[in-house]
Design a protein. Sequence first.
Length: 119
Amino acid sequence: QVQLVESGGGLVQAGGSLRLSCAASGSIFSINAMGWYRQAPGKQRELVAFITSGGSTDYADSVKGRFTISGDCAKNTVYLQMSSLKFEDTAVYYCAARHTAYGPDYDYWGQGTQVTVSS
């Protein structure tokens, strides 16, 4: 089993920045990719970004150039640096992890952290 704990959410003005953290514990040796999802009220959950154990990354078009995902293996932590935040970035952000490097499904989820961007 893998446990994921997110932190770093909060209230920020449009144009501002936030950094989310996701600390992983447990059987992390089996994890080959981690991602960040978000879900806004009344909307479906969407993939924001992911990173593989090899360092490959990908982003949703809506956040490219503004968000950066990175990992610190020594701390077993994945980060999501969010800049130039927009009102539409407001959502609950979830960290997820999976055993495979690529694929649609994630095996483990965090509890989520709220990000609110004021316009």
